[in-house]
Design a protein around this ligand. Structure first.
Ligand code: ZN
Length: 290
């Protein structure tokens, strides 16, 4: 039996996993602001608490790692750049550890336990503060040469010099419009008051024009970016996960319209748009299979 860890910017979750079932789970708020050594101690202690004498541990992180487990970038948990997360956890736990980007891990969970049972080549777009991507082609997970494949949130959708600046430093990235950070900023700009994504979704469902417009803009940005992905890869499904995917019905019409406007051939625009069946469990389930 393996343990999967979902190391998020706000919570760390560990689960003992048997196939597609989480049989024991523990979670805590992430010690953000604490030195990396303390956060790694916290992860190791959660792994011990789920127990069950695991044979290996997989960890999903909201950033990029190389094949050896060294972290390139972890924007929401400071201090981890250059830290070899795999070596540090192996030393603490005395077990083999694998570390992978969380969107890539979610794609692995989807491949084994979700829409991968019916689809061979698909992208999992994780919609949250930012927008991540994980890629499966011909039934195999693809991470790229350095683990940076499918960083779809940073595909360019607005090349004008006045486009909003992204957390990556460039202007006009898709996640500036399709991430919850951008969604909330745009709603505040249009409505003149702030609201959380779930409240904006509820307003949109009740017919609030500003709320409906920000979701339509989100769908359009996703569709423009994914239209380019379809020209490159001709996938047979696009899967959407993460918190905001609960509001997918608000995004879908403009997403489909933008795909149709951008696509090279009709079949690539009519690709099935699916919501992940794994929900919150995708990170832990996928990580346990790394
Ligand atoms: Zn960016």
């Amino acid at each position: 039996m393996n343990v999967g860890v979902d190391f998020g910017g706000t919570r760390v979750k560990a689960g003992r996993v048997d196939g597609a079932q989480i049989v024991a789970a523990e979670s805590q708020p992430t010690g953000a602001g604490a030195p990396p050594g303390e956060v790694l101690d916290q992860i190791a202690s959660l792994v011990r608490r789920v127990g069950g004498a695991p044979s290996k541990v997989g960890v999903a992180i909201p950033g990029e790692v190389d094949a050896a487990g060294r972290c390139y970038r972890l924007p929401n948990v400071p201090g981890f750049e250059g830290v070899n997360i795999r070596q540090e956890l192996e030393r603490r736990l005395g077990l083999p550890v694998a570390v992978e980007n969380d969107s890539t891990t979610a794609a692995l969970g989807e491949l084994l336990f979700g829409h991968g049972r019916a689809h061979q080549s698909f992208l999992v777009a994780t919609l949250g503060t930012g927008v991540g991507g994980g890629l499966v082609i011909d039934g195999a997970l693809r991470r790229g040469a350095h683990g940076f494949a499918a960083e779809i949130g940073h595909l360019l959708v607005d090349s004008s010099p006045s486009a909003p600046v992204c957390v990556c430093g460039l202007r006009g990235c898709m996640e500036v419009f399709a991430g919850t950070r951008g969604l909330m900023a745009r709603y505040a700009e249009l409505a003149g008051r702030a609201a959380e994504p779930a409240a904006i979704a509820e307003l949109a469902q009740q017919g609030d024009a500003a709320a409906a417009r920000v979701f339509a803009e989100m769908g359009r940005a996703l569709g423009v970016a994914l239209g380019q992905v379809q020209k490159l890869l001709d996938l047979d499904a696009l899967v959407f996960g993460g918190g905001i995917s609960a509001s997918f019905a608000l995004i879908e019409p403009s997403l489909r319209a933008a795909l149709r406007a951008c696509a090279f051939g009709p079949p690539t625009a009519e690709v099935p748009l699916l919501v992940s069946a794994l929900g919150d469990a995708a990170g832990v389930l996928g990580a346990a299979q790394l």
